[in-house]
Design a protein around this ligand. Structure first.
Ligand SMILES: Cc1cc2nc3c(=O)[nH]c(=O)nc-3n(C[C@H](O)[C@H](O)[C@H](O)COP(=O)(O)OP(=O)(O)OC[C@H]3O[C@@H](n4cnc5c(N)ncnc54)[C@H](O)[C@@H]3O)c2cc1C
Length: 450
């Protein structure tokens, strides 16, 4: 079916125009005419001579949905025993032993420290990392580097989409490590298992546990709510500055410096959350060699020092982590995977059940395309469907222009604090429904959408 259709047309009509593109940039990287590019709105642009994209551009597209059971088998040899965590060797909590790395990082600095270790020990030649503000403070970009200073500068999460995989054609005959979000990691693995030459150069894939990202419009909306004029230019932006869990910190040309605690500026999420966040089914970045998240636990939250929870997924990465612990590059303890999953029960449910419900409702009610993953949860309780219908209604209302306009008029101090209280209350109230049967969740393979 793939061979008979113009893949660029198919991607345009069935993914991009349906608003389910994940902005990963893989299709652009596969365009042999080299005329395709990612536009400023982070969507692919195919020119008339790039219309004969290979079938691989369709098969590896995470927007239309990756065939997850097949990818699990190709990459790990089987589907996972633990459907929430994916395949794993060990789960740990820990942090970098280097105070500078730890303090500058999003959580414990595990990703930054691992990349530095791999460069220092000649395990890789280059790291490919994502950084806010490379070409423009409001945008994110990609850096290919072998310098420790650059890795340090790129530490911290970037909560807006970055079309990372478009850089694949630029890779030379070197060994690379890359940091990827889950959809990018899945697309990259698909390319690797399809013997795509450039993708083979990436030897290690490391990535964050990924809950929600926001459209870049969130930044200006936030500034307007703080009374910053539209003509005031941003000079720097950090999503996780300062003491863990960190602040959104934006410096302006006028000299103003705006700071908002992480849990306050999260009020922007319902208004600007990306469609990818709503449709994706992978929270713990299951196709990375090493996946890292915040270790949300009352004890660590009280200490306010960056702490990561991280999962190794193969023996090679397990050995790297053990060496780093032995050489005191990181401090870490193995924890029961159940304990690690408990730190993220809400988000695991959001992805592993919520996304399937949202995708189904998107098709049935809104008559729009949604990704098809060739698998579905065995059973979702009715009460869980009701919770999701309520959530989807909120997201739909919040995404309207009028809601986005109103939210900018309310001072962030009021909104942030109200949102934080509402978030905690919602989490508390929905916890029984959202956690019910979650730990026992199983999936089954399906050939066609049901
Ligand atoms: C969009 C997004 C959503 C997230 N949601 C959650 C969540 O819900 N719960 C949770 O526990 N953790 C979440 N995280 C992960 C968390 O924010 C930290 O990234 C993670 O704990 C790693 O911390 P660290 O201190 O080891 O990373 P650091 O040492 O600070 O290094 C971060 C590395 O990741 C790279 N990077 C940053 N952003 C991106 C990106 N968008 N794409 C690819 N590479 C990137 C940077 O280049 C850097 O090398 C999210 C991260 C992102 C990017």
């Amino acid at each position: 079916m793939c061979a008979n259709l113009k893949i660029a047309d198919k991607l345009t009509s069935q993914v991009i125009n349906q608003n389910i593109c994940c902005n990963c940039g893989a299709c652009v990287a596969l365009d042999t005419s080299k005329k395709a590019f990612m536009r400023d709105d982070l969507l692919p642009n195919f020119s008339s001579i790039s219309k004969d994209l290979p079938c691989l551009a369709w098969d590896s597209c995470p927007g239309k949905g990756i065939n997850y059971p097949e990818l699990y088998r190709k990459h790990y040899g089987s589907t996972p025993a633990n459907w929430l965590l994916g395949h794993y060797k060990n789960t740990r909590t820990g942090h970098s032993s280097d105070a500078t790395v730890r303090n500058n990082a999003s959580s414990g600095g595990i990703i930054t420290q691992t990349l530095i270790h791999m460069l220092d020990n000649d395990i890789i030649d280059y790291a490919i990392v994502v950084q806010q503000g490379i070409s423009h403070p409001e945008k994110s970009g990609v850096i290919i580097t072998n310098k420790k200073e650059d890795i340090l500068k790129a530490s911290q999460s970037v909560y807006i989409p970055t079309p990372l995989l478009q850089i694949l054609p630029k890779l030379e005959e070197k060994r690379y490590a890359i940091t990827c979000t889950p959809e990018q990691a899945a697309a990259l693995r698909w390319l690797q298992h399809s013997d795509h030459e450039q993708a083979q150069k990436i030897k290690y894939v490391i990535g964050p546990y990924t809950g929600t990202a926001m459209y870049p419009g969130a930044i200006r909306a936030f500034l307007r709510s703080k009374g910053i004029k539209p003509d005031d230019t941003i000079t720097s932006l950090k999503w996780r500055a300062g003491e863990w869990p960190g602040y959104l910190e934006i410096s302006m040309q006028s000299g103003a410096v705006i700071r908002s605690p992480k849990f306050y500026y999260n009020y922007l999420i319902p208004f600007y959350v990306t469609q990818t966040s709503l449709q994706s089914i992978d929270f713990t970045n299951e196709f990375c060699d090493l996946s890292v998240g915040d270790a949300w636990h009352p004890q660590y939250e009280k200490e306010r020092k960056g702490m990561s929870v991280f999962t190794t997924r193969n023996q090679d990465m397990e050995t790297i982590i053990k060496t780093m612990i032995k050489n005191n590059k990181i401090q870490a303890d193995i924890i029961d995977p159940k304990k690690s999953l408990n730190m993220h029960g809400h988000m695991l449910d959001f992805k592993k059940r919520g996304s399937f419900i949202r995708n189904k409702l998107r098709k049935k009610i809104f008559r729009k395309n949604a990704p098809f993953y060739h698998m579905k949860p065995q059973q979702i309780p009715k009460s869980r469907w009701i919770v999701e219908v309520f959530l989807l209604a909120i997201f739909t209302i919040c995404h309207t222009r009028i809601a986005r306009t109103i939210v900018q008029l309310i001072p962030e101090k009021i909104l942030g604090s109200c949102f934080n209280t509402a978030r905690k209350t919602w989490k508390y109230l929905s916890k029984p429904t959202k956690r019910k049967n979650l730990a026992k969740l199983e999936f089954r393979e399906i050939d066609n959408e049901e």
